[in-house]
Design a protein around this ligand. Structure first.
Ligand code: CA2
Length: 149
């Protein structure tokens, strides 16, 4: 059976393409979802792409992922820099997870340089705009292939 991945997006990412194109690019979240589904399909994966402005909803989706998905890609947006709850949820489900950011969080304000998710993910892709998501899908496909070989 095809592996399936859950792609999660945190607060305000629903506004992509409408504000701050200089930092986050012109692609809308719908554009990114379409590109992710296309990329995942090309790699033989199925992808479920979701966004929430609520930390608890994101925690719930991560908890429910156990047994339903084979891996998680997450752009936790501002919760990256604040959320012990998301970190604990990712550690609890123990699925391979990759952190994604559109912008290079190390080239911005100091508070963005720390990610609470770091210890709960296999790696992080940041700074390539919408392409960060596609690179993360490549990475998770590689991880899932290693696990099924
Ligand atoms: O670069 C990223 O992907 C971020 O996760 C985006 C977050 C930010 O808090 C992180 O430090 C880095 C912000 C998402 C907000 O998205 C907006 C989109 C359009 C207009 C305003 C905000």
């Amino acid at each position: 059976m095809a592996s399936s991945i859950l792609i999660l997006n945190g607060p305000n990412l629903n506004m992509l393409g409408r504000r701050e194109p200089g930092i986050y690019g012109r692609a809308s979240l719908d554009d990114i979802r379409d590109a992710c589904v296309q990329k995942a399909t090309a790699l033989g994966l199925s992808a479920d792409f979701r966004q929430s402005n609520h930390e608890g909803e994101l925690v719930g989706w991560i908890q429910e992922a156990a047994g339903r998905f084979d891996g998680i890609i997450i752009n936790a947006a501002a919760y990256t820099h604040t959320s012990v709850a998301l970190r604990d949820a990712l550690l609890a489900v123990a699925l391979p997870a990759i952190e994604v950011h559109l912008s290079n969080i190390h080239a911005r304000e100091d508070f963005r340089r720390h990610s609470y998710l770091g210890p709960a993910v296999r790696g992080m892709v940041a700074g390539f705009g919408a392409q960060s998501y596609l690179l993360a899908i490549d990475a998770i496909a590689h991880i899932l292939n290693e696990t099924t070989d």
